[in-house]
Design a protein around this ligand. Structure first.
Ligand SMILES: NC(=O)c1ccc[n+]([C@@H]2O[C@H](COP(=O)([O-])OP(=O)(O)OC[C@H]3O[C@@H](n4cnc5c(N)ncnc54)[C@H](O)[C@@H]3O)[C@@H](O)[C@H]2O)c1
Length: 336
């Protein structure tokens, strides 16, 4: 098992990574109290069941899966279970599932009795390397993704790499897109490891390296005022592609296509085979005139009508570029 400590002024917790660590939850998080295990219908039952069997006084609450149910109504359901079962401020919520469950159960934990303890057991690769760390919790509201939420750090994050067995290649690949993103901007050695294709036997090491990047970025910028924007590499255009494709591509697939715009030609040459080998898209069918209006509505738009983009000139490094719509359009058209 690898343990990555998260230490900041406001929060201190450990991220434990390893095969079978779900079974160790009782030694990693205080389960000797009332615990609400929140999961969704698409999460194989054996993962929440493993958590339930380690908790002497637990209730399970299963919500419907999918972004449409990442809503205030679903959070209201979680809060009702907490209240109806007499949960107090010293009790806890444990999320077992992907980023959707983690964001929503974390948000419910952040506001129940002004905040109770929360443990995250992410079961998709994407949520393991990205969503589970950083303290962002949210629901979608009035059609706007993650528009209502709170910063609420977990007290423990437990990443069981055994959960990959049920993921399927597409869900695994979209998690790898986020790993590639972090490696490309911040860790040349990790990028080279992925590039070599020799990482399958050490997925724990790959997750740990990616999380070490996320932890250092989030610790330096807990409330997303500056550096944390590096995590948006590929996301500025990726989010526009995600909106345009209306669900036909996964988030990580859109990020993969988005990264291909925001880098030098030589980085593109190295990124292409890496993404291709993972089965991720290298391009998208949308024109600059379709992409730009969506980018300009994105919350990353800055004063003066420019958009802050993350650009990778050399693998393992990044720079922020504030681009006007015309500059962005020229980049998109050049890549088509
Ligand atoms: N808080 C953050 O910092 C942050 C960062 C990135 C993404 N997010 C959020 O995360 C969400 C996306 O997360 P996601 O990609 O994990 O999607 P998800 O939570 O919707 O999970 C995808 C699907 O996989 C299923 N699943 C989960 N674990 C499984 C397993 N081990 N085997 C088989 N199926 C499994 C789920 O039931 C679901 O159907 C979005 O809502 C996004 O906004 C949050």
């Amino acid at each position: 098992m690898t343990v990555i400590p998260f230490r900041s002024a406001s929060s201190s917790y450990d991220i434990s990574i390893g095969k079978g660590v779900i079974g160790d939850i009782a030694s990693l998080f205080n389960v000797r109290r009332k615990v609400l295990v929140v999961t969704d219908e698409g999460v194989p039952a054996k993962y929440p069941q493993a958590v339930m069997s380690a908790c002497p006084d637990a209730i399970i609450h299963t919500v419907p899966g999918g972004e449409a149910f990442k809503s205030l109504a679903t959070v209201e359901g979680i809060l009702s279970v907490l209240l109806d079962n007499g949960f107090t401020r010293s009790d806890a919520v444990i999320a077992v599932g992907g980023g959707m469950v983690g964001d929503m159960a974390g948000f419910a934990a952040s506001c129940y009795q002004r905040g109770i303890d929360f443990c995250n057991v992410p079961t998709t690769l994407l949520s393991q390397v990205d969503a589970s760390v950083g303290g962002k919790t949210a629901v979608n509201f009035k059609g706007v993704k993650n528009s209502v939420g709170a910063f609420h750090n977990p007290s423990a994050v437990i990443i069981d790499t055994g959960t990959h067995a049920t993921l399927g290649p597409r869900l695994f690949a979209e998690g790898m897109a986020e790993v590639v993103k972090m490696a490309a901007t911040s860790d040349r050695a990790l990028f080279e490891r992925i590039e070599s294709g020799r990482y399958g036997d050490d997925i724990e090491g790959v997750i740990s390296s990616a999380l070490a990047i996320k932890v250092s970025v989030v610790t330096a910028d807990p409330s997303e005022k500056g550096l944390r924007a590096v995590l948006n590499f590929g996301h500025t255009i990726g989010h526009a592609i995600e909106a345009l494709c209306k669900g036909s591509l996964y988030h990580g697939e859109c990020v993969a296509a988005g990264m291909m715009y925001m880098c030098s030609d030589k980085v593109r040459e190295r990124l292409s085979p890496v993404l291709q080998k993972l089965g991720l898209p290298l391009s998208d069918p949308y024109s600059a005139s379709e992409i730009i209006p969506l980018v300009m509505h994105d919350k990353k738009r800055r004063a003066g009508g420019v958009v802050r983009c993350v650009w990778v000139e050399e693998i393992g490094s990044f720079e922020f570029r504030d681009l006007t719509p015309a500059e962005l359009s020229a980049i998109i058209e050049k890549r088509k």
